[in-house]
Write a protein that binds this ligand. Structure first.
Ligand code: TXA
Ligand code: MG
Length: 500
């Protein structure tokens, strides 16, 4: 074993194993499919500790001996796989109780540092609760947040600057590439900004999907975006800005209703189309006299734009018509060698593209449903014309071609997946929430709690995983058609029309 003075502290439930609520018996342990492989990777360089909060003990739902039996069984199972967990730290209290193990909970972290000679400034915590990440941070440990377990549901409680990952294996890969996380990330952003300033293209995370960015005011650089994506130039781009000052360089006027939406939803997943300043190059707007603008809600994106000191034109960082990328890995698989820099900021929290709304006619028009539900927009400014309300908007938003957002595998979307799919082993199944029935094929569940926000953040990653299996077909189930469910269904319908 190499001399490892850094550690990774792992949460147990929802991080290493499925969170089943009160886990009393070893036979109910269910490891995630990538747990073993991830821990193997991590232990090359890190000592591994598990810190688990079992408040069921204090609540009388669970006995400490039961927790210990589960931990012992899990320890042995991992040992058989060649993985050593140094210590299992258990806090039996609920978060509200003023115990010394939980307040501060990293009491355990300090104890490990003392006992095992751990350098906390080079260490990581991985967990599926904001608490895991926040308390780790207060001791100089870098926290990574997982969307497994309760992660999707508690995501709104996680500060915007914390990195999130779909799976443990994604977090393990990120740690491998970022042993000095703050410095490594800062360097990537600096390199990305330098590339954009000098006319290059940088892929960067936003809260919706990864973008492929260039300086709005360098037409040749913007041209490269189209070349890299293989996207026709009649397709206009979104200009990403960091503040309202930058808006003045792009648009000539902002109607009151648009201003209200900006005040409410910026920074955030809402793009607004407005009359453009003549200085905005034609290549950005496909020759139209309007420009699409948004302030993203991702600290890395904002930092990048500020360092560039210019608005960044960016479409999603995928090949034309393909599913948008929600991780840096997705970008690298398709466009890696073609980008000057790919900034790896983990997974995108919202997971679907921004809502696009146009204010260039007499009344607002929804051009694309997205990360802000239409109902929330209408709550503020009243009824918005939508494509389904009879208005042909494909011409106004040339990017809304029907064959967008598609995986390579043929996809069919259903309200309810028909029974004859139960026995098809060569078909992938994409479920909105868990189903009582079983399928012979590979199943992806978008949200275990039936939450549309959680489902949206998993949608494209799940589609890509299914797409990578070389299946005959993907059968997808529509989400309940409210809030972000409408956006999910829009993307599933478009994916279902294929890539012809
Ligand atoms: O969440 C997002 O919006 C992501 C991230 C990177 O910000 N970007 C994104 O860009 O999805 P893209 O290029 O894939 O989609 C931009 C959409 C297209 O539907 C395009 O037609 C529309 O915005 N759009 C851009 N400029 C427009 C304009 N001047 N008038 C009408 N629609 C416009
Ligand atoms: Mg957990």
């Amino acid at each position: 074993m190499p001399d490892r003075t850094a550690a990774v502290f792992l949460d147990r439930d929802g991080t290493l194993i499925e969170d089943v609520g009160v886990l009393k018996a070893p036979e109910d342990i269910r490891l995630f499919p990538d747990t073993v492989e991830s821990l193997r990777k991590l232990q090359h360089r890190y000592q591994l500790f598990v810190v688990t909060n079992q408040s069921g003990v204090a609540q009388g739902l669970l006995r400490m001996e039961q927790v210990k039996a589960v931990n012992t069984a899990l320890h042995e199972r991992l040992l058989n796989e060649g993985i050593t967990i140094q210590e299992w730290y258990v806090c039996p209290h609920s978060r509200e109780q003023n115990c010394t193990c939980i307040k501060p909970k990293p009491q355990f972290v300090l104890e490990a540092a003392k006992t095992y000679g751990i350098d906390l400034t080079k260490s990581f915590v991985i967990g599926d609760h904001p608490h895991d990440v926040l308390t780790a941070n207060s001791y100089g440990v870098f926290g990574l947040y997982l969307l497994t377990g309760h992660g999707g549901r508690h995501l709104p409680g996680l500060p915007a600057d914390k990195l999130v990952f779909h799976r443990l294996s994604d977090a393990a890969d990120w740690i491998k590439d970022h042993p000095d996380p703050e410095i490594n990330l800062a360097r990537q952003i600096e390199n990305g900004a330098a590339a954009i300033r000098s006319g290059g293209v940088t892929a960067f995370p936003t809260e919706t999907v990864y973008g492929l960015g260039a300086d709005v005011f360098q037409p040749d650089a913007v041209k490269r975006i189209f070349a890299v994506k293989g996207r026709p130039q009649f397709n206009p781009l979104i200009a990403h800005i960091a503040d309202m000052d930058q808006l003045k360089k792009l648009v000539t006027s902002v109607p009151d209703q648009a201003m209200r939406l900006m005040e409410e939803f910026w920074p955030g997943p809402l793009t607004i189309v407005l009359p453009k300043c003549k200085e905005v190059p034609d290549i950005v707007t496909a020759g139209m006299d309007t420009v699409a603008v948004r302030i993203p809600e991702n600290p890395i994106a904002l930092d990048l734009i500020r360092q560039c000191q210019t608005p960044i034109a960016a479409p999603s960082a995928n090949k034309f018509t393909y599913t948008s990328p929600t991780t840096a890995q997705h970008v690298k698989e398709q466009l890696g060698s073609l980008c000057d820099v790919v900034i790896d900021g983990g997974a995108c929290r919202v997971g679907v593209e921004s809502t696009v709304i146009s204010f260039t006619g007499s009344s607002p028009v929804l051009l694309r449903p997205g990360g802000v539900p239409v109902s929330e927009i209408e709550r503020l400014i009243g009824k918005v014309a939508t494509p389904s309300s009879g208005k042909p908007t494909d011409l106004e938003s040339p990017g809304m071609l029907p064959n967008h957002y598609a995986p390579a595998t043929p996809l069919i979307a259903f309200e309810t997946i028909p029974d004859n799919y139960n026995d098809m082993a060569d078909v992938g199944v994409l479920l909105f929430e868990p189903a009582a029935r079983t399928f012979a094929g590979v199943v992806e569940v978008l949200s275990y709690s039936g939450d549309a926000g959680e489902a949206a953040s998993n949608l494209y990653a799940a589609l890509r995983r299914l797409d990578a299996l070389g299946l005959r077909e993907i059968a997808a189930e529509f989400a309940p058609s409210q809030g972000l469910g409408q956006t999910i269904n829009n993307r599933l319908s478009k994916a279902a029309r294929g890539r012809s």
